[in-house]
Ligand binder design. Structure first.
Ligand SMILES: [Zn+2]
Length: 404
């Protein structure tokens, strides 16, 4: 397995990632480009772009899709307090919110004094979809990836709001899918290809005769006539404001009381506060398929921003990426699966370059997939202490109620 020479990303990344002739990945190149950008100039471009939307006569100037996490706090702060627009906050309820995630969402609405629409899909259908996509793609979160990018545009069309303001462009920030110079905007194509991974509502309906088109209405993209009539477009703040995750999180902790949450599969308590699957079971499935997980994402970011060395990143990855997620039992319970059945379901999706099956039926990582056999997890605690993702965190049991 080839790994980036600067960070800890493998070439078989679940997101589109390239490694260039110097052995450096597109995600690391994106961070290099971040250092070249004149951010003052970009902020002025944003101010000019937003100007025509302010007090446009409609009930709201823009939609901000929010999950209740650190980025949601920062987006709302920027748009409401720095640029003075009147946003409508829109949340897709993925039904996997820890209580801390819900408290953070309430915190945003109260602190900033904003209107908020929260769409909750039928949880019985959601569990059916989770089981279906788990078996079809080895991924339980397809419904959420789709809902998160579809419900905000449906809401924008419904309320006749022509602008949607996203945070960072996640695929670029993580893996350098687009360059900053491209100033990429939200598109239906990205929504279908990247977020929904090419699996369409039509295919879901074909495979599941018990599910109707009306059941799936929250995953239907508005027609091009509807989008054009309102003139909806979606921009990413990460193209205009330097999206430095750790600093912006500490800013919203100190200024607005954002609460963080420790997890079993990463040292980063600031990320994935709003969903227990993102750094829990769904991330564990990614590890079982591709051989890496959330700590690879987080360590790569900390390496790129100069907080740790690559060796230290590898120590953290080896400690956390294989760990059992804290929400696995809840997940198995909700979907009425045993751990053995889950392992059986995931088998065909395991990357044979990373995993091999022993004669006794157990799976082991191939030595050739080890990023550096001379480095192990010892000393990881010291690195974590120094990194200090410890501000304002609260520990809690995973909420067993899968709806609110
Ligand atoms: Zn890299």
């Amino acid at each position: 397995m080839e790994y980036c020479k600067k960070c800890v990303y493998p070439l078989n990344s679940a997101v589109e990632l390239k490694i260039d002739s110097e052995g450096v990945c597109s995600g690391c190149r994106y961070f290099e480009e971040m250092d070249q950008i004149n951010w003052g100039e970009r902020k002025e471009i944003l101010a000019k772009l937003l100007e025509p939307f302010r007090d446009s006569g409609a009930a709201y100037d823009c939609v901000i899709p929010v999950s209740g996490g650190k980025d949601s706090h920062y987006q709302t702060y920027l748009i409401k307090e720095v640029f003075g627009l009147k946003p409508l906050l829109v949340t897709f309820n993925h039904i996997c919110s820890p209580l801390i995630g819900l408290k953070n969402m309430a915190n945003i609405v109260e602190r900033f004094g904003v209107d908020h629409v929260r769409f909750s899909p039928n949880p019985v259908l959601v569990k059916k979809l989770m089981e279906y996509t788990l078996k079809k793609r080895g991924d339980a979160c397809w419904f959420c990836q789709g809902g998160v990018v579809t419900v905000p545009i449906q809401t924008a069309v419904q309320y006749k709001i022509p602008l949607i303001i996203w945070g960072e462009h996640g695929w670029s920030h993580l893996a350098g899918k687009n360059k900053l110079s491209e100033m990429v905007e939200f598109s239906e194509e990205e929504r279908t290809k990247l977020f929904m991974r090419g699996l369409t509502v039509e295919e879901v309906l074909r495979d599941n005769p018990g599910i109707t088109r009306r059941d799936m209405s929250w995953l239907e993209y508005p027609t091009s006539d509807e989008v054009e009539a309102v003139g909806v477009k979606g921009i990413y703040l990460g193209n205009y404001i330097r999206w430095a995750q750790k600093e912006l999180t500490e800013f919203v902790i100190e200024k607005f009381g954002f609460t963080t949450r420790p997890k079993a599969r990463t040292y980063n308590t600031y990320a994935d506060v709003d969903c227990h699957l993102c750094s829990g079971t769904n991330d564990y499935l990614k590890y079982l398929k591709f051989g890496y997980g959330r700590t690879t994402d987080h360590a790569s970011q900390d390496i790129r921003e100069g907080r740790i060395t690559r060796k230290e990143g590898i120590q953290l990855v080896k400690k956390y990426d294989p760990a059992r997620p804290e929400d696995l039992d809840t997940f198995l319970d909700e979907l009425d699966l045993t751990e053995e059945t889950l392992m059986h379901i995931i088998e065909p999706f395991r990357d044979p370059n990373v995993w091999e099956k022993r004669e006794d039926g157990t799976w082991v990582r191939r030595p050739s997939a080890d990023i550096d056999p001379s480095i192990d997890a010892s000393g990881a605690e010291e690195i974590e202490k120094r990194l200090g993702f410890v501000k304002n965190w609260k520990s809690e049991e995973v909420d067993p109620n899968w709806y609110f």
